[in-house]
Design a protein around this ligand. Structure first.
Ligand SMILES: NC(=O)c1ccc[n+]([C@@H]2O[C@H](COP(=O)([O-])OP(=O)(O)OC[C@H]3O[C@@H](n4cnc5c(N)ncnc54)[C@H](OP(=O)(O)O)[C@@H]3O)[C@@H](O)[C@H]2O)c1
Length: 333
């Protein structure tokens, strides 16, 4: 059975990836409506051999939709997602607008698929960094009980959108040409640089950034562990698409490296890449364009009780955003 789908933010980094993932996974679609702002109305985007024209987001174009994907920023979601629901659609929202509302499930299908079925019209897609983290920690939590997690991230330019990826390209070219890099999307130059500043600083959270708190708040909600001890430092690095994370965690029960590796090998959405002497460990380059989260460097963490450390890389436009959203839509079919 096919359906009518709309994509709000179809011209963006996440929107374009969503279109590609729908096509690849042969998601049943009778009609796909590509919506954005007036800036890009008329742009043509290919889908299943046809050039679809981008239209301006409107009540009229939301009417009659079964599912609407939103990836056009929090303000657009806040204004338009309730209208899409009122018109009879289920909304899968990529922004953070509704993630912390009790009535909105926050879903990673490998970890808490049952939550999706309790929706009241809106389902939130978690933050990219959180999705990659919980896909890797989910199988370990299932056998040993997660108690604490510390994360340092290495986040790609794509996390800030299509223009930000272009900014990395143009700054790298400018610096190589001996010119001053022009900064517009990021708070600092990103070409040949990195900075611990993603989203805004929150004085009420001891000056953690909102991105850092998203990892904490969202991991707690997805795992159903309101008391999970968690901290992250989120760093933007000059890679294009894939994020990486250095993860240190502790568990309720003993968890050997061998058992952790076996659980990760058996887990959906995870690929263990862990043969350091052969030069095999996760890298953002290897993670680019693939569905799985790569996990490696699995070793004991002697600095904490029943501790384990690992390193992961995952394509944040794909599993970190578009693929996870389409998998949520698949759960509803
Ligand atoms: N990048 C990521 O990895 C990622 C991951 C998870 C979630 N998200 C979230 O997904 C959303 C989009 O991110 P992105 O990276 O794809 O951003 P992006 O590349 O900057 O794209 C933004 C999209 O939103 C559209 N848009 C902006 N204002 C609009 C309005 N008033 N009405 C209708 N459409 C509007 C843009 O259309 P025009 O072409 O007309 O400007 C464009 O299609 C954000 O909420 C972001 O936080 C992003």
């Amino acid at each position: 059975m096919g359906s009518t789908l709309a994509m709000v933010g179809a011209t963006g980094a996440v929107g374009r990836e969503l279109i590609a993932v729908l096509e690849e996974r042969e998601f049943p679609v009778d009609e796909l409506r590509l919506l954005a702002s007036p800036r890009s109305a008329g742009t043509e985007i290919p889908f299943r051999g046809e050039a679809l024209r981008v239209e301006v987001l409107s009540e009229e174009r939301l009417a009659g939709c079964d599912t609407v994907f939103f990836s056009a920023g929090g303000d657009t979601s806040l204004e338009w997602a309730p209208r899409a629901v009122a018109a009879g659609a289920v909304v899968i929202d990529n922004s953070s607008a509704f993630r912390y509302e009790d009535y909105v499930p926050l879903v990673v299908p490998e970890v808490n698929p049952e939550a999706a079925l309790k929706h009241q019209g809106i389902i939130a897609n978690p933050n990219c960094t959180t999705i990659l983290l919980v896909v890797a920690l989910g199988p370990l939590h299932a056998i040993a009980g997660l108690v604490q997690v510390t994360v340092a991230t290495y986040q790609a330019a794509s996390g800030a959108g299509a223009q930000a990826m272009e900014e990395l390209r143009s700054q790298a070219a400018a610096i190589l040409a001996g010119e001053e890099p022009q900064v517009s999307c990021f708070p600092q130059p990103i070409g040949f640089n990195l900075f611990p500043h993603i989203d805004r600083f929150l004085p009420e959270e001891d000056f953690a950034t909102k991105e850092e708190m998203k990892v904490v708040w969202e991991s707690r909600k997805i795992f159903g562990l309101p008391n999970l001890q968690a901290i992250s430092t989120c760093v933007r690095v000059p890679t294009f698409r894939a994020h990486s994370e250095a993860v240190f965690c502790s568990f309720e029960r003993e968890l050997s490296v061998a058992d952790a590796r076996a659980a990760l090998k058996a887990a959906p959405g995870v690929r263990v890449v862990d043969d350091p002497l052969a030069g095999r460990y996760p890298t953002p380059r290897e993670a680019e364009g693939i569905d799985d989260v790569l996990v490696g460097r699995i070793r004991p963490d002697p600095t904490r009780d029943r501790g384990l450390s690992l390193f992961l890389s995952g394509d944040q436009l794909r599993k970190g955003a578009a693929l996870n959203a389409v998998q949520i839509a698949e759960l509803l079919q």
